[in-house]
Design a binder for this molecule. Structure first.
Ligand code: IMP
Ligand code: MG
Length: 173
């Protein structure tokens, strides 16, 4: 398996969309000093670029989860890293690389809701609505894509290709 020769989403398109999302978040979060919580490791580049495009001051913390691919039971998500900043009464924005089945997002949202944030929103670079198994809509979406497995700009295939500057479809050799 390897990334396609042509990007599905170019780094210029990503840059433009990140600027637009930042503008929207700046309006929605004026005077709210939100906490951005990238989901490791995939949201690394997106959160880094987004946080620097924002004008509103943000704090940054992290969450890292492991999903059990082998089991079919819903909610089989283990938390490996959780935020150390208290989320209570804060405006929290979870930042993800891609929303697929929605299981990971649903578990993170449920877990963070227990910390009683003032608000809790979900921002994802990519959305694959066709893959959804739990009902869930992201509050902020960079790009909707068809049901492809994609890599690059943080997204991996077996830990490879996170370092690509754009998003590419994974294809057979
Ligand atoms: P969900 O729980 O099915 O929504 O899974 C979302 C997670 O699955 C993402 O955070 C990614 O780690 C992974 N994932 C889903 N689709 C892709 C893809 O096309 N490329 C790389 N990782 C993906
Ligand atoms: Mg991920």
């Amino acid at each position: 398996m390897r990334p396609s020769d042509q990007p599905l989403i170019t780094s210029a398109q990503i840059r433009t969309r990140v600027e637009q999302l930042a503008k929207q978040l700046d309006e929605d979060y004026v005077d709210h000093d939100p906490i951005l919580i990238p989901v490791l490791k995939g949201a690394l580049h997106f959160a880094s670029d987004l946080s620097r495009a924002l004008r509103v001051p943000v704090e940054i913390d992290f969450v890292r989860v492991r999903s059990y691919a082998g089991t079919q039971s819903s909610g089989s998500v283990e938390f490996l890293v959780t935020p150390t900043i208290s989320l209570r009464d804060r405006h929290v924005i979870i930042v993800e690389d891609i929303l697929d089945t929605g299981r990971t997002a649903a578990e993170i949202l449920r877990r963070f809701q227990d910390d009683h944030p003032a608000s809790l929103k979900f921002c994802t670079l990519l959305d694959k609505p066709s893959g959804r198994l739990v009902e869930l809509k992201a509050d902020y979406v960079g790009f909707e894509i068809d049901d492809h497995f994609v890599v690059g700009y943080g997204l991996d295939y077996e830990e490879a290709y996170r370092d690509l500057p754009d998003v590419r479809i994974l294809i057979e050799d």
